[in-house]
Design a protein around this ligand. Structure first.
Ligand code: OAD
Length: 230
């Protein structure tokens, strides 16, 4: 059975109204990474970090999945082989579209983590991040920051080794280790496909490319793999 491994980035959620990081007007042109997405930034100014993620959490809570998320959920449901989504996104829109096998390598906006003891809990998507009670003292968003290790890496590497098809959707290929997944999959003989608005930094590493908005190119790609829904 053909196993499909999918990596997604901010571009898949752009048409759901969530900003990307490095496009014009993207989050990293408005905020300094070292202030809002690093352990040092959190130590210096936790309120600033909480304000940044609270705003993102509120935006994500209002966002709805688009046709690209829906197409991947359909692929997961109807493909006879294994389908795994590994996402750099923290917005939860894959699950909102009905996908179940999603590995959140950069954490989730709905997760909270104690910076002192690593206790984890979830909170309602619309709430501000607040610790449930002492002694859980230093609540931080359960998202992976620069200088920290992404989650689920052992599992991800196993999926990449097993992949027959590796697809990268809406990611600029500028952040590692996600940017190296195409090489991992290719070394194991997988077909590699890039679906993105435009060629990414690492587009040369892919054997197939389809460029355009995710809400168009992802459903088109899924439609080529699956017959029309009954
Ligand atoms: P980027 O902002 O770096 O890249 C977004 C990509 O999506 C670009 O290649 C765009 O061309 C593409 N894109 C934009 N709109 C699109 C659309 N409608 N359809 C398809 N593609 C579109 O975002 P990521 O690659 O996800 O990490 O960034 C990776 C990581 O860098 C993030 O997870 C985040 C960030 O720093 C952390 O915060 C740890």
């Amino acid at each position: 059975m053909t196993k499909i491994v999918i990596l997604t980035g901010a571009g898949i959620s752009a048409e759901s109204g969530l900003g990307t990081f490095r496009d014009k007007g993207g989050l990293w042109s408005l905020h300094k990474i070292e202030d809002v997405a690093s352990p040092d930034g959190f130590s210096r100014d936790p309120d600033l970090v909480h304000r940044f993620y609270s705003a993102r959490r509120q935006q994500a809570a209002q966002a709805v999945p688009n046709a690209a998320h829906a197409a991947l959920a359909r692929l997961e449901r109807d493909w006879p082989g294994d389908v795994v989504i590994m996402t750099q996104n923290v917005d939860g829109l894959h699950e909102a579209a009905g996908a179940h096998r999603v590995l959140h390598m950069h954490g989730t906006l709905s997760g909270a983590l104690c910076a002192n003891c690593e206790h984890r809990w979830t909170h309602r998507r619309k709430c501000r991040l607040t610790p449930p009670a002492p002694p859980v003292a230093r609540a931080r968003p359960d998202v992976v920051w620069f200088g920290e290790l992404p989650y689920h890496m052992d599992e991800i590497l196993t999926h990449l080794e097993e992949a027959d098809i590796f697809v990268s959707i809406g990611t600029s290929g500028q952040v590692y280790p996600a940017a190296s997944f195409v090489q991992e999959a290719r070394m194991q003989g997988a077909e590699t496909i890039e679906l993105n608005l435009e060629p990414s930094e690492i587009s040369a590493a892919f054997t197939q490319h389809h460029y355009g908005p995710a809400s168009e190119v992802v459903p088109q790609w899924v439609a080529r793999l699956l017959p029309d829904p009954a």
